[in-house]
Design a protein around this ligand. Structure first.
Ligand code: GLU
Length: 315
């Protein structure tokens, strides 16, 4: 049985202490392979916790709009799992960790061109190609709509981020063609790469991310709008994919110390979901070598420990 969520006062204390403790940490660097991301002020740091009753508690830069990047993969996965079912998703994309970096071509070479996880670039493009729609624009609208429904407000594409990504995403285009040749790309590869890239180029705040995560913590119902977005039976599949690959090559270390399914993005966003309780969202642009927000990881670990959220140590 899941214990009840921690009291809001304890959460406030924990996030304020985490913010104070880690805001002076200057380790890591903004991602620079996407030019826009290099220009985001590195000092920004916000933490928001979203509860399953819709309450959000925040500290720091929680209204700053940042690029969702890889965290978008979770919501496209949710869309496709709803459309084609969990078994088809596992068969066509996979449900295993790759143990290799998020944009690894080697991972594909080692696994006969199968992406293994919808949360690495290859698997996310493969998943984008599975969105059921009449054309690429229709698929894109559905991806954007899914992000908006999770956030409970209209999420928008940043033309600036998208332009920055679309003009530098040659590596991802190469991966898309490899997937096509191995039979794991289910639409035109460049179209899939395009809508995947747009999905990474939307702007969210840490507060949005807390609500998006709280929707997963709440079994697929957005706790603010009360809309059911994902069938409850699909939520554990999404969370298990996050657990295996959410922080790329650091997914094991993350689990070892935080004990929660998570997902990060190279824009500096990071999300941890405590099922049945709440979600922790943080935003801080400097990343470690694995591509995960340094302050975000420290904050999530601290908050998880303070509030005893580790799913392997219930109660
Ligand atoms: N748009 C980025 C890419 O495809 C997302 C990567 C990430 O956040 O990990 O490289």
């Amino acid at each position: 049985m899941i214990a009840s969520p921690p009291a809001s006062q304890a959460v406030s204390l924990a996030i304020e202490a985490a913010h104070k403790q880690f805001s002076g940490n200057n380790d890591g660097k903004n991602a620079s392979y996407i030019p826009y991301l290099a220009s985001v002020p590195s000092h920004l740091f916000g933490i928001a916790v979203g509860f399953i009753d819709g309450t959000v508690i925040e500290v720091g830069d929680t209204s700053y709009e940042f690029a969702i990047e890889s965290i978008s993969k979770v919501f496209t996965l949710a869309l496709v799992i709803e459309q084609i079912g969990a078994e088809a998703l596992r068969e066509k994309v996979g449900a295993d960790p790759t143990g290799l970096p998020f944009n690894s071509v080697m991972a594909l070479a080692l696994h006969n061109g199968k992406p293994l996880s919808p949360l690495v670039n290859a698997g996310a493009m493969s998943t984008a190609s599975l969105v059921q729609g009449k054309d690429a624009e229709d698929r894109w609208r559905q991806i954007l709509n899914m992000q908006s429904r999770f956030a409970g407000r209209r999420i928008s594409l940043s033309q600036e981020v998208n332009q920055s990504e679309q003009t530098t995403n040659f590596h991802n285009r190469g991966i898309a063609w490899i997937l096509y040749s191995s039979g794991a790309m289910y639409s035109d590869p460049i179209e899939a790469c395009d809508i995947y890239t747009r999905g990474c180029s939307t702007l969210i705040t840490a507060k949005d991310l807390a609500i998006m995560g709280a929707t997963l913590a709440n079994g697929g119902i957005n706790p603010v709008t009360k809309e059911r977005i994902v069938q409850s039976a699909n939520v554990p599949h999404i969370l298990s994919e996050m657990m295996m690959e959410g922080l790329y090559t650091a997914s094991g270390d993350w689990l070892y110390s935080v004990g929660l399914p998570g997902k990060s993005g190279v824009g500096g966003g990071i999300l941890a979901v405590a099922p049945g309780k709440l979600a922790i969202a943080a935003f801080s642009p400097p990343l470690d070598e694995a591509g995960n927000s340094v302050r975000g990881q420290l904050a999530a670990e601290y908050i998880s420990q303070q509030l005893k959220l580790n799913i392997f140590a219930p109660g």
